[in-house]
Design a binder for this molecule. Structure first.
Ligand code: FAD
Length: 397
């Protein structure tokens, strides 16, 4: 396995966790194929999440008072890095731990904190993100789903789309309009905690290019919600959702999506005793690039852990990370094809030299990442949107 690319050392106390996590993953992931592990934070496995929760590894950096581990952001970085690099199926609890629980802790009532956060940390309560709508993706302020006040709370009407794990999650935190008109943009928006079992909600999974069904359309037809569904203040949804996006974008997810593919390809090079200089140079280029991105990601973690809101920096890491992650499957496919063409040429010149067979598991992993990689620059904010944020952060627009 690739050792931590440690241009940027982490505190010893955080590093001390790494060996334990690796031991646990050696056992938990034994026998899981690389193409399955390549799904990682889209790999839904409720039992795996509960096993992590039982070890105190969900909500590691959340307060102990609410069931968290009370550790710092660096300890969480080590844990998350190991889970992602190994391709652990973490999707069930990922959103809840990364952004929903921190959001509730920041804006929720005491009752909401006590009800939701400990269950998230136990790996028993999963959340979905209800931001995008058919006409509101990059332009999130134009959401049209509307919650109208009623005597008992709110009546919800509208639609969300691309909602990851909606069909497996217990709750959604949705950005909705509670007053004014769509033209009012950021004003009049609020966030609601929606129990996805409430009558009037229809969830229709969408199949992606790879055949997986990890996201859904969610329809709300006059869904009645209690007053307590409101999280934070009415009308403050825009400010809150901006904070939620900072939680969503500041982790190391955006540099490890193709890590299982990289590891599987490197294992093939080792096993086949490849001395192909082009393949070795490519491996070196990818690793150096990843090491630099990792240092930047650690720096973002340090800033966020110290109470900052490094939105520009996190956007930069996501944008550069996405660039590398999208180019990785193409470069690896080219390297494999070139090596195969040259080895089949040599084999036909020299009878007796066998062509090196590329393992089916590597090819399946490559096919999956190649088909899935276009989403890297869409999910969590598109490339163009992030570049706009970076330009604004640098004072250029
Ligand atoms: C795998 C995956 C999981 C997702 N999970 C969730 C989820 O759980 N919850 C959720 O709410 N959403 C989710 N999304 C949706 C995602 O957030 C949106 O797809 C994304 O915000 C883009 O919105 P859109 O699809 O409406 O595209 P659009 O906003 O229509 O963008 C289309 C293209 O136009 C470009 N563009 C748009 N506006 C501008 C501009 N002003 N300047 C320059 N270019 C622009 C975009 O960059 C993009 O290339 C997920 C998406 C994917 C791919």
């Amino acid at each position: 396995m690739i050792e931590p690319l440690s241009l940027q050392p982490l505190p010893e106390a955080a590093e001390a966790l790494r060996a334990d996590v690796r031991r646990f993953l050696d056992e938990a992931l034994a026998g899981m194929s690389a193409d399955r592990r390549a799904r990682s934070w889209l790999g839904f496995d409720a039992e795996f999440s509960r096993a992590l929760g039982a070890r105190g590894w969900i909500g590691l950096a959340l307060p102990r008072e609410y069931g968290g581990g009370g550790r710092d952001a660096f300890a969480r970085f080590v844990l998350v890095e190991e889970l992602l690099a190994r391709g652990a199926p973490v999707s069930a609890h990922w959103i809840a731990e990364r952004q929903s629980a921190p959001m509730i802790l920041r804006y929720g009532t005491e009752a909401q904190k006590r009800f939701f956060v400990p269950a998230v940390c136990r790996g028993e309560l999963f959340f979905a993100i209800g931001m995008s709508e058919p006409q509101a993706g990059s332009d999130l302020a134009s959401v049209r789903t509307r919650a109208t006040p009623t005597a008992s709370g709110w009546r919800l009407k509208g639609q969300k789309i691309w909602t990851t794990n909606a069909d497996h999650s217990h709750y959604m935190i949705a950005l909705v309009r509670t007053s004014g008109a769509p033209e009012d943009r950021q004003r009049g928006l609020s966030q609601l905690l929606i129990d996805l079992k409430t009558p009037g909600i229809t969830i229709r999974p969408i199949e992606d290019l790879t055949g997986d069904r990890h996201f859904s359309e969610v329809f709300f037809d006059d869904v009645d919600l209690p007053h307590e569904a409101l999280v934070g203040s009415e009308g403050s949804g825009w400010e809150q959702v901006t904070a939620e996006l900072a939680f969503e974008r500041s982790g190391p997810e955006r540099i490890y999506s193709s890590m299982v593919l990289l590891e599987t390809w490197l294992a093939f090079l080792r096993d086949s005793k490849s001395d192909d200089p082009a393949a070795l140079a490519l491996a070196g280029r990818i690793l150096v690039h990843k090491a630099t991105l990792r240092s930047m990601s650690v720096a973002v973690t340090a800033k966020a852990g110290a109470g900052g809101s490094p939105m520009t920096e996190a956007s930069l890491v996501k944008d550069l990370g996405t660039e590398l992650e999208q180019s990785t499957p193409i470069a690896i496919a080219d390297a494999i094809a070139t090596a195969q063409a040259s080895s089949s040429g040599k084999a036909s010149e020299k009878a007796g030299d066998a062509e090196t067979e590329v393992p089916a598991e590597l090819l399946r992993t490559l096919a999956y990442i190649t088909q899935f990689a276009p989403t890297f620059s869409l999910r969590g904010g598109t490339r163009e949107v992030l570049r706009g944020l970076i330009a604004r952060g640098l004072g250029l627009r």
